[in-house]
Ligand binder design. Structure first.
Ligand SMILES: *Cc1c(COP(=O)(O)O)cnc(C)c1O
Length: 432
């Protein structure tokens, strides 16, 4: 048994919490490509996307240069109700693996959304309110983003319409109930409330919907509001990764308190926001010459980084979004049904894609069965029931720790435990 030299859980004090987000693009020598118009292929400027997103979010989206961005006081006050999140030392998991490695995880599931998504939902709702908007719209698949945004809208005083993929709303009725408890208007997509929805219902009666279709409906609802509403997205985009940098900044500060620096930083990658968040300050270190491995973990069923092409593609199946240069399986790709709902996206954040192209990060794809083995081991040893998405990161940490056992190296491994799996028990039953 190892002697326990550091606490099980390390928290920053409120004073030590970051008061600025870190913009990883400012450190990148070659920036990610801007979004382009699918017809003209010209980069999109502020005015082009103003009908869709709220102004401050667009400024952040287009800003490749400002390194540190102030977190507004109102958002900091909200953050302090669920942050800092703990940096946990996985002593029990280490013991079960009999590894010399030191494993840490940053636990982001300690809020009602059960995930890191609240870190970006809060500022997005705040900026919309500050601009004088009445409402915002969004889509949700697995339900974590819709839940986070309903919480943030309830706090900042905004109406919210969530287009929830119809099959998900039927499979996860309690996710819908949570969003409604916080006051959101949840509509099963496709719906008869939008032109795109009506057309889909006519063309494909009985369809269970898709994320791509729900995105199209949410954008249409915002654009047709006559200016009182905007659309919001919970992953992929640059401003979302900016907000999620709070995960990495807190992790790095907590590690410093313990006198640690990671050899490996791991995150699961769906659209890339929790991974982009935890690696943000370490990307800068790596560009400054530090040696650190940054590892994205994706499902074998939806391997955009490891099997996709790096090219301009649409963000949705309906092809109504701008095009982004990213690793993509093609906007028509429908991943086979598996249970990591939040990782089932055909593309990858343009920032993460560019870092991968430039060999600053690594990526692996792992099969669902193995992921659930590691999820159960983690639940039994560390007490927390992980989200199936987060379990991809756990599995990669387990593989790295097993490798350390072979080589005898005591590497320091840090991963992002992006959320909890209480709404995903069907997935645990299926993978028992
Ligand atoms: C949404 C979600 C993910 C995947 O999204 P990223 O943008 O890749 O972080 C991962 N884990 C959890 C718990 C989620 O809710």
């Amino acid at each position: 048994m190892k002697t326990r030299t550091v606490p099980n859980r390390t928290y920053l004090t409120e004073k030590e919490m970051p008061e600025k987000w870190f913009n990883v693009r400012s450190a990148m020598k070659v920036k990610p490509e801007p979004m382009i118009h699918p017809g003209t292929k010209q980069p999109l400027g502020f005015k082009d996307i103003q009908p869709i997103f709220c102004d401050e979010v667009i400024r952040q989206e287009l800003d490749n240069d400002t390194p540190y961005v102030d977190i507004p006081d109102e958002v900091l006050r909200y953050y302090r109700m669920f942050r800092p999140s703990p940096l946990c030392r996985a002593y029990e998991l280490e013991a079960a693996l009999d590894t010399p490695a030191k494993i840490y995880y940053k636990f982001e599931g300690n809020n009602t959304s059960g995930s890191h998504k609240l870190n970006s939902a809060a500022p997005q709702a705040y900026y919309a309110k500050k601009q004088g908007l009445k409402s915002i719209t969004t889509e949700t698949g697995a339900g974590q983003w819709g839940t986070a945004l309903s919480m943030a809208c309830a706090h900042f005083g905004l109406d919210l319409t969530v287009f929830m993929v119809k099959v998900s709303s039927e499979q996860k009725p309690y996710r819908k109930a949570v969003m409604e408890t916080y006051g959101a208007n949840v509509i099963a997509s496709p719906s008869a409330t939008t032109d795109i929805g009506k057309k889909l219902l006519a063309d494909f009666p009985g369809t269970g919907g898709s994320l791509g279709c729900a995105i199209s409906e949410a954008i249409e609802a915002a654009v047709k509001s006559g200016g009182s509403s905007r659309y919001t997205l919970g992953s992929v985009l640059n401003h979302v990764l900016l907000h999620q940098s709070v995960i990495g900044l807190e992790s790095k500060a907590a590690l410093e308190k313990l006198g640690e620096y990671p050899d490996i930083v791991i995150g699961c990658a769906g659209g890339g926001s929790n991974f982009g968040g935890i690696i943000a300050p370490f990307v800068k270190d790596k560009l400054d010459g530090k040696k650190v491995k940054l590892l994205a973990v994706e499902p074998a069923n939806c391997p955009s980084l490891t099997k996709g092409k790096f090219e301009f593609d649409f963000g949705d199946t309906g092809k109504i979004t701008p095009m982004m240069k990213m690793y993509t399986l093609g906007s028509e790709f429908i991943p086979p049904p598996d249970h990591a709902g939040g990782l089932r996206y055909h593309g990858m954040s343009p920032i993460i894609s560019k870092l991968y192209e430039d060999k600053l990060i690594d990526a692996i794809a792992v099969p669902e069965q193995d992921v659930f083995k590691s999820a159960r081991l983690f639940a039994k040893t560390e007490t927390i029931l992980p989200a199936p998405e987060s379990a991809h990161a756990i599995h990669a940490a387990v593989l790295e720790a097993q490798n350390c056992k072979k080589t005898g190296e005591a590497k320091t491994i840090v991963f992002c435990l992006s959320g909890t799996g209480y709404f995903d028990l069907a997935a645990y039953v299926k993978n028992a």
